[in-house]
Design a protein. Structure first.
Lengths: 376, 235
């Protein structure tokens, strides 16, 4: 392969970047300029007797145009589920593909979120391998922990590599919070489990043995304090591994204290939760809180039999004959309004964007294309 | 509703005889005591009772009458051991009813009381039988459940098990087989897709058609779709 060969993804992103570049140039026109042109054209239309000029509509449009402008973007890679590389090369190749994807983005994202479950069974070798691979990401990486990283040694090795699992930072006017949402109440002592057995149990979805995920009282207290100083108009983006709502309990597509966490978040005008764990296109809105799932690089998960949020547009069922199908990575474009357009970069498929306007209109505007192969 | 204690004891005893309910070779055998005179010994289906056919040697030709006598002796022995057993209660009800109908024939007495079920020896199953069958079916399903969740039991080489992508066997759609699988290039049965997934994501060797592990996997996968209408050919 020559160095100049461009993959489908690279070409897609180049086209996409130039498209957004054009948009950017268009919207760089000043707001007053826009008003003048808009007013002028309205005047012309009125003079021709075509429409009644209604000034405030034009101003509304102008504001909308301004706030829907992309502010900045970050990319994501999630749920890599690495085993030792001698044991399983498939998942290694997948995360490398994702790293290539984000490194090929031009312009580069401001940072890359890793959405948790770097390891499959929380082993040192698995986490070290993941850490080494993520070092080749060009943009700064923000780490989130998943249950697969945690339950062998209760996060000891992960914290040694990446630091505290719960932290916040501010970026270009947006407050970002990374939550540790995959705590579980002790189920292992009663079963006399070894750490490896505990990890193996948490690693399975469909066993009733483990407890449900939770942020927990301490985490919620930390979150409250972290947000206390913020004005309700500050745009906030929360990263959590588990969805911060109740989707399907049997598979732990679930956060047990989601209601309490939502109560803390609900006072903000513009709040987005980005979560991993569910390995599928997943969209939800509860009050002002917008939720987006992340794709896994390792494997897609079927939609749960019940509890799927009604705003979710399902992704097509995956092709079992193609190891990459239904997997991928993606980007989050944070708009000037603080809302986000969420891009699912599905490998071997057309990418799908869930626009902020889709969620803010409760699904009336900008509905993404429906799945041809819905789950059944 | 819980089964009576005696039925539980029996189920446990039955299951402990065979480690896997489906392995024909593992089925329990009725070991017959030898007769001191070298006479023929015949065992009853309960696996415990037997009688000696006095004066008849193994291999002797027997008349139907001799055969009937042996059968009667076996049943007599079984009845003695189980005085409370209602072996042919249903048949008796049915017979009594038929007699009643014959008596009433001609009198305009309206329809005679009808027995709740048709009765015959085949199908004269009681709750204990059904509990045993249910338990052994469940045992096969549970074995499939275990294999489905265990990369080693699947013969996998990359630590991947089925449940990683199919929790509760979701998205396996057993009710849609047989169907054409484009990628395999032919009409596939459920087992063909199971084997395909064993070879590919799991990276193991496909199971032979009579492999007990394949049977168990099928049992588990089908059990998870109970109640879903059969719809062969669906994609």
């Amino acid at each position: 392969m020559t160095r100049h060969h461009k993959s489908i993804e690279t070409r897609h992103y180049e086209e996409r970047a130039s498209f957004f570049g054009d948009l950017e140039r268009l919207s760089n026109m000043s707001r007053r300029g826009f008003l003048e042109i808009a007013g002028l054209s309205a005047g012309i239309a009125a003079a021709k007797g075509l429409v009644t000029p209604v000034g405030f509509q034009l101003i509304d449009m102008a504001q909308a145009a301004e706030s829907n402008r992309p502010g900045f973007s970050f990319a994501y890679i999630s749920d890599a589920h690495l085993y030792k590389k001698e044991l399983n090369d498939r998942f290694v190749r997948s995360i490398l593909k994702a790293v290539d994807d984000v490194n090929a983005l031009d312009p580069q994202p401001d940072f890359v979120l890793f959405g948790g479950d770097l390891a499959q069974l929380g082993q040192k070798e698995e986490l070290d391998l993941g850490a080494q691979i993520l070092k080749s990401v060009k943009a700064p990486v923000k780490m989130m922990v998943g249950e697969h990283d945690w339950f062998l040694d209760m996060g000891e090795h992960w914290r040694g590599l990446f630091g505290a699992p719960q932290y916040s930072f501010d970026h270009k006017g947006v407050h970002f919070v990374t939550l540790m949402s995959v705590n579980e109440k002790d189920f292992w002592t009663a079963h006399g489990m070894t750490p490896a057995q505990r990890m193996q149990t948490v690693a399975g979805l469909d066993n009733g043995t483990q407890s449900r995920f939770e942020v927990g009282p301490e985490g919620r207290e930390w979150l409250k304090n972290d947000l206390a100083k913020l004005d309700k108009a500050t745009p906030v983006v929360v990263f959590s591994h588990s969805p911060l709502y109740k989707y399907y309990k049997n598979w732990n597509f679930w956060t047990d204290d989601a209601d309490e966490v939502q109560a803390i978040l609900s006072r903000f005008d513009t709040l987005t939760v980005i979560h991993g764990h569910t390995h599928q296109m997943l969209t939800n809105r509860i009050g002002n809180i917008h939720f987006h799932g992340l794709l896994s690089t390792a494997w897609p998960w079927p939609y749960a039999p019940t509890g799927l949020p009604s705003l979710t547009v399902q992704m097509n069922r995956a092709d079992p004959f193609n190891a990459f199908d239904g997997c991928g990575d993606g980007q989050v474009s944070v708009l000037m309004s603080g809302m986000v357009d969420k891009l699912y970069n599905l490998w071997n498929r057309d990418p799908v964007t869930i626009k902020a306007s889709y969620l803010s209109s409760y699904g009336f505007k900008d509905r993404p294309p429906a799945a041809k192969l819905a789950s059944y | 509703m819980s089964a009576p204690a005696w039925s539980l004891v029996l189920i446990a005893a039955t299951l402990s005889c065979s480690s896997l309910a489906f392995g024909a070779d593992d089925a329990p055998r009725h070991v017959l005591p030898a007769s001191p005179d070298g006479d023929l010994v015949v065992g009853l289906c309960d696996g415990e009772t037997s009688v000696v056919a006095k004066g008849i040697k193994p291999g002797d030709a027997m008349t139907p009458e001799q055969g009937q006598r042996i059968a009667d002796a076996l049943m007599g022995e079984w009845r003695r051991k189980h005085p409370e057993a209602a072996w042919d209660k249903m048949i008796q009800v049915a017979e009594a009813d038929a007699v009643g109908q014959a008596k009433n024939a001609g009198k305009d007495a309206g329809p005679a009381a009808v027995a709740p079920f048709q009765a015959q020896t085949y199908g004269a199953f009681d709750a204990r039988d059904e509990a045993i069958w249910k338990a052994s079916t469940q045992q096969l399903i549970d074995e499939g459940d275990r294999i489905f969740h265990d990369a080693k039991a699947l013969g996998g080489t990359v630590a991947i098990s089925c449940d990683m992508c199919h929790p509760n066997a979701s998205n396996t759609h057993p009710e849609t087989y047989p169907k054409y699988q484009v990628q395999i290039g032919r009409v596939a049965l459920l087992r063909d897709m199971i084997n395909w997934c064993i070879e590919n994501p799991v990276r193991g060797k496909p199971f032979a058609d009579d492999d007990p592990r394949l049977k168990a996997l099928e049992a588990y996968i089908i059990s998870q779709r109970k109640g879903v209408a059969l719809d062969y050919g669906k994609h």
